[in-house]
Design a protein around this ligand. Structure first.
Ligand code: F6R
Length: 256
C-alpha cells in the first residue's frame, strides 16, 4: 500500500480530490465508488470547486455508492441518497442515470443486492473506490465478524458504528440498526482504492490496518492484499503508527 500522511484534514481532502480529478481526466467515463460520512466531505467540496473552475467534467462519470441505511427513504435527510445529492451530485454535471446507490427500502433485498452487483459488473470494475474508515476498521458497512459476505448484502450495524453515527440523528434510537453494503469482494476488485481517515478517533483503526496482518476483526486489513491501494491520513490518524515499521511493508509519503 501507499501511505500518504498529511498535516490536516484539508490537505488530506485536497490530495484525494487531485487523485480523483486525475482519474476522471485520464478516463472521462470512469466508474467511481463513493463513500458518505464526514470524511469525504472536504474531498467533495474540492471536487465541486474543481468542476466550477472547469478543471474536471463529470458528464460521463458513473458512480456506485458503498452503502445505505435500511429503512430510510431516499428523501430522508440522514439517508445516504440525500447526503450524496446535497454534498456532491447537485453541484456537478453528473447525469442522474449514471448515479447508483443501494436502496434502503425494498420488498426484496436479496434481489436488489444481486441487481446492484450485476449493475457494477456491467461496467467491468470500479476504476477508483473511495473509502472512509470506521472506528472499528469497517469499510463500507462491512463490520468486524467471523464471516464477511463478499457481495452486496444486508448487515447488522456494530454498536461502535451506531454510536459513532448517532451524531447525525436526534437520538440513538433513530439510528438504523441495519444497512445494505457493497461487499469486500467488489471493493477489492476495484482497480484503485483510496482510503481516507482523519482525527485521533481513527488512529487505532489505522494502526491495525497497517499492522501487516489480515483479520476479519478489522475488515480494512484486507486492503493490504490490494495491488493499488493508497491510504491518505492526517497527522492525528497517523499518531499511533510507527512510520519506520510501516515502511517495511508500505511506501510512505510524508507531506509534513
Ligand atoms: C459510508 C461508509 C462508512 C464510513 C465510515 C467512516 O459510506 O462506507 O464506512 O466511511 O463509517 O465514517 P465517517 O467518515 O463519518 O467517520
Amino acid at each position: 500500500m501507499k501511505v500518504i500522511i498529511t498535516n490536516d484534514y484539508d490537505e488530506m481532502s485536497k490530495t484525494a480530490a487531485e487523485i480523483i480529478k486525475e482519474q476522471i481526466n485520464k478516463k472521462a467515463n470512469s466508474v467511481l465508488g463513493l463513500a458518505t460520512g464526514s470524511t469525504p466531505l472536504g474531498t467533495y467540496r474540492e471536487l465541486i470547486k474543481m468542476y466550477k473552475n472547469g478543471e474536471v467534467d463529470f458528464s460521463y462519470v458513473i458512480t456506485f455508492n458503498l452503502d445505505e441505511y435500511v429503512g430510510l427513504p431516499d428523501d430522508h435527510p440522514q439517508s445516504y441518497h440525500y447526503f450524496m445529492y446535497e454534498n456532491l451530485f447537485n453541484h456537478i454535471n453528473i447525469k442522474k442515470e449514471n448515479i447508483h446507490i443501494p436502496k434502503g427500502i425494498s420488498d426484496d433485498f436479496d434481489r436488489d443486492c444481486k441487481l446492484y452487483d450485476e449493475a457494477i459488473e456491467k461496467f467491468g470494475e470500479i476504476d477508483l473506490q473511495l473509502l472512509g474508515l470506521g472506528v472499528n476498521g469497517h469499510i463500507g458497512f462491512n463490520e468486524p465478524d467471523d464471516y464477511i459476505n463478499t457481495k452486496t448484502h444486508i448487515v447488522d450495524l456494530a454498536e461502535e458504528t451506531i454510536n459513532a453515527n448517532k451524531r447525525f440523528f436526534k437520538s440513538i434510537d433513530e439510528v438504523p440498526r441495519k444497512a445494505v453494503t457493497m461487499g469486500l469482494g467488489t471493493i477489492m476488485k476495484s482497480k484503485k482504492i483510496l482510503l481516507l481517515a482523519s482525527g485521533k478517533n481513527k488512529a487505532k483503526a489505522i494502526k491495525e490496518t497497517l499492522n501487516g496482518y489480515l483479520t476479519t476483526d478489522v475488515p480494512s486489513t484486507v486492503l493490504s492484499l490490494h495491488p493499488d491501494a493508497t491510504i491518505i491520513i492526517d497527522k492525528d490518524a497517523a499518531s499511533l503508527i510507527d512510520v519506520e515499521k510501516v515502511k517495511e511493508n508500505d511506501d510512505v509519503v510524508l507531506k509534513l
